[in-house]
Design a protein around this ligand. Structure first.
Ligand SMILES: Cc1cc2nc3c(=O)[nH]c(=O)nc-3n(C[C@H](O)[C@H](O)[C@H](O)COP(=O)(O)OP(=O)(O)OC[C@H]3O[C@@H](n4cnc5c(N)ncnc54)[C@H](O)[C@@H]3O)c2cc1C
Length: 312
């Protein structure tokens, strides 16, 4: 055995200490399981100032949510944190071998991937700077705060552009659909948008111009290649996302697409024996409260499987 391999056989290694991983760690710690949690500090909502829609935690800064969770995990001494990235995972007999960024290797009976996803933002200047403050992807997360404000919708085609614009009429009636090039909308959708008085701007977008960059003053301009700029308070977009890590695919997990992995049962188990998945990395719906619930489900599934093995 490589001399950098830890002597300990962990019951569970969790990759990711967002809501899903932390929730699983709590349940497993309470089951007195030896748990090693890896995290490289890039939770999906790190740019957001407030987390919404989590019963009893509505409006809490996401970083505070995570630090409360870590504080409450402190008494569970069998839960240990390694604040670094996992770069490799392999099957070793019935177990898994994990390689951390610093080169050390670890062995575990069960592996839970709770590593989340990465959003792909439009590339133009301004999107990244305003992400989480005025640029959002999820109306359920930030629609209420943007209610009745002048909003832009960024997306192309019936589903990603037209559908999102129609959905947002729940929150605001002052909407402009910006397609950043040909809209690819069907006649049906064009008609439906017209009925809701939603104009379409098909010019290429050059940038989102922030009037006074820091602090953000509550509005920005969308600058187009041609035509007048458009002043807006917020923008919702619909673009792609990908897995934060390819560990699941490399271990042979069935992916339903680049966004997520297939889960075989209601305990978050994948088609790879001993490999579990929870949170945004597993499937829709992508919300903190759902990620936490999936983490708890996975933990109970893992503990049950370990109990079965131990009591054989
Ligand atoms: C701008 C924005 C605003 C949002 N607002 C809301 C909201 O108001 N309400 C709401 O419910 N949801 C909101 N969301 C969605 C929410 O962020 C996710 O649903 C939630 O974070 C999912 O939790 P998770 O534990 O699955 O993943 P994450 O919170 O993304 O955590 C995954 C963790 O795994 C770590 N990781 C990844 N790969 C590795 C690796 N190889 N090794 C070690 N660590 C790794 C990452 O660093 C990260 O810390 C928002 C998202 C964004 C982007």
């Amino acid at each position: 055995m490589n001399d950098t391999v830890s002597e300990i056989l962990w019951d569970v290694i969790i990759v990711g200490a967002g809501a899903a991983g932390l929730s699983a760690a709590l349940v497993l710690g309470r089951c007195r399981r030896n748990v090693l949690v890896f995290d490289d500090g890039q939770p999906r909502n790190r740019v957001s100032h407030a987390m919404h829609g989590f019963l009893s935690r509505d409006g809490l800064p996401p970083a505070q949510f995570r630090s409360i969770a870590r504080e409450q995990l402190a008494p569970y001494s069998s839960v240990v944190f390694e604040d670094q990235r996992v770069v490799g995972a392999t099957r070793v007999g019935a177990h898994f071998g994990i390689r951390a960024k610093d080169g050390r290797e670890f062995r575990t009976r069960k592996l839970l991937l709770a590593a989340g996803v990465v959003d792909e933002l439009p590339a133009q200047p301004g999107f990244r700077e305003l992400y989480g403050r005025a640029v959002f992807h999820c109306p359920y997360c930030d629609g209420w705060e943007m209610r009745d404000r002048p909003l832009a919708v960024y997306g192309r085609g019936d589903h990603k552009g037209g559908g999102l614009a129609l959905e947002l009429t729940l929150w605001s009636r002052d909407l402009v659909l910006c397609t950043d090039g040909p809209s690819d909308l069907s006649d049906d959708f064009r008609q439906r948008l017209k009925q809701k008085s939603i104009p379409i701007r098909e010019e290429k977008i050059l940038q989102l111009k922030i009037e006074s960059a820091v602090p953000y003053q509550g509005s920005f301009e969308i600058v187009f290649e041609t035509g007048p700029p458009l002043q807006r308070a917020g923008l919702f977009f619909n673009t792609d996302r990908r897995q934060s890590t390819d560990l699941a695919a490399r271990l042979g997990c069935d992916m339903y697409d680049l966004k997520g992995c297939k889960i075989d049962n209601d305990q978050q188990m994948t088609n790879v024996p001993g490999l579990y998945l929870a949170g945004d990395a597993s499937r829709d719906v992508l919300q903190v409260v759902v990620a936490a619930a999936e983490g708890a489900e996975a933990a109970i599934g893992i503990n049950t499987a370990l109990l079965r093995e131990d009591l054989k």
